[in-house]
Design a protein around this ligand. Structure first.
Ligand code: HEC
Length: 105
């Protein structure tokens, strides 16, 4: 019984610390890993000419405004699925910020 209490407390602490580690409510890195990495690669650099995937860290993508990247993520484009019904506005903003961060690596 005591062990269960200790384990649940530990789990709560870990869950509580996650947003703090990410520096915001929505964790762009986690969203990217879960929803985008299968097509764009964990580092965002995967290219797939067959369906039109470009390196997200390349100049052609990075020169677009945040508003453009948010729109593509929300509404989709070509073979890129739309995420406005699957992610919150905060999550979309956070995942675009993550794409900017990947380009700086
Ligand atoms: C099923 C594969 C697939 C998934 C999953 C996917 N994408 Fe894409 N993405 C694409 C394709 C294909 C394009 C190119 C669309 C075009 O220009 O025709 C694209 C383009 C983009 C672009 C515009 C880049 C450019 O070439 O101008 C952004 C930004 C983007 N994706 C972000 C995301 C984000 C963020 C996620 C996760 C929430 C995601 N994508 C998930 C396939 C995918």
């Amino acid at each position: 019984m005591k062990r269960i209490v200790v384990l649940s407390l530990a789990a709560l602490l870990v869950i509580g610390a996650m947003p703090a580690l990410a520096g915001g409510a929505a964790d762009g890195a986690a969203v990217f890993k879960a929803k985008c990495a299968m097509c764009h690669g964990a580092d965002g650099k995967k290219v797939n000419k067959a369906i039109g995937v470009r390196d997200l860290t390349s100049a052609e993508v990075q020169k677009q405004s945040d508003a453009d990247l948010i729109k593509t993520t929300a509404d989709g484009k070509g073979k890129m699925p739309a995420y406005k019904s699957k992610l919150s506005g905060d999550e979309i903003t956070a995942v675009v910020a993550h794409i900017r961060a990947l380009a700086k690596k």
